[in-house]
Ligand binder design. Structure first.
Ligand SMILES: C[S@@+](CC[C@H](N)C(=O)[O-])C[C@H]1O[C@@H](n2cnc3c(N)ncnc32)[C@H](O)[C@@H]1O
Length: 271
């Protein structure tokens, strides 16, 4: 199982759902009594659910360190548990939802079938398509290098991190009746004055540590060790350019990650 650092989740979700929550409308949050957020991590989505619903929100994750961060940060109740074997009775919730969980599971349909068991009404998933990330940067080579690193990562990763809109097919194979898919682009901008997170990201580029986190995955695909070393060298040079542009307040970057909200109802047979 891939592990996530709390700081990574906080940084990559920064600003998510703050600009618009229209894509969450199919979840009918204002009419829910009990909502389960599976794979809640640090509670980025749980906080949004709690803000939009007067019902009870429970966050669930296998990683207990992330769960205590979620509880402290958002105040929602948390329960440790595995998405494939949720520690809840049948029909305990009227909405079971996840964000960026299915892309990390080898068998997402099995998780959705388990969501359907504990939901009496709706199951939803908010999943990105990591092959369709768009980057625009004032450092010329940043976009090209990120594209190259992403291609190597996608080639080596063993789960479908491009799931996005095709989550619909997984819902159907889990016996859920999909009634809507909506797109939400999470846009993150880096511009002066630079946030602490942006400075940390730039340092991780200049030291190559961000890329090193994905080294094993990249090498599991077609990328060779020497190609990785060459990529890391160029990556670090690019990181130094970023830091240089930040020093003169010239650096600007925009990243858009498309997320797809798929909502499906628990069919008669599942209830
Ligand atoms: C990419 S993070 C997403 C976290 C959060 N939903 C968000 O959007 O920020 C994936 C989360 O799923 C959790 N996870 C992975 N496999 C799991 C499983 N089998 N059961 C429950 N949680 C799992 C990880 O611990 C991690 O917190």
């Amino acid at each position: 199982m891939r592990e996530f650092a709390a700081e990574y989740l906080r940084r990559t979700r920064d600003g998510m759902w703050e600009d618009s929550r229209v894509a969450l409308a199919p979840l009918a949050l204002d009419s829910r009594d009990r909502i389960l957020d599976v794979g809640c991590g640090t509670g980025e989505l749980s906080a949004v659910l709690a803000a939009e619903s007067s019902g009870e929100v429970i966050g669930c994750d296998v990683d207990t360190a992330l769960l205590s961060r979620a509880q402290n940060r958002t105040g929602v109740s948390t329960v440790a548990g595995n998405a494939l074997e949720l520690p809840f009775a049948d029909d305990s919730f009227d909405l079971v939802v996840c964000q960026a969980l299915l892309i990390n599971l080898p068998d997402p349909a099995a998780a959705l079938a388990e969501f359907a068991r504990v939901s009496s009404d709706l199951v939803a998933a908010i999943e990105p398509d990591n092959a369709a990330v768009d980057i625009d940067s004032s450092v010329d080579r940043e976009e090209r290098l990120e594209r190259r690193a992403r291609r190597a990562y996608l080639d080596g990763v063993r789960t479908d991190v491009t799931l996005g809109e095709s989550a619909r097919d997984v819902f159907e194979s889990a016996g859920l009746e999909v009634y809507e898919t909506r797109r939400y682009d999470h846009v993150r901008r880096v511009e002066p004055p630079y946030s602490e997170g942006a400075v940390i990201d730039a340092r991780r580029k200049a030291t190559g540590s961000g890329l090193a986190d994905d080294r094993e995955t990249m090498l599991a695909g077609a990328l060779t060790e020497s190609e990785y070393d060459e990529l890391r060298g160029s990556w670090r040079e690019m990181g130094r350019d970023v830091i240089e542009q930040m020093a003169s307040r010239e650096y600007r970057r925009e990243e858009a990650v498309p997320f797809f909200v798929t909502a499906g109802s628990v069919s008669e047979g599942e209830q």
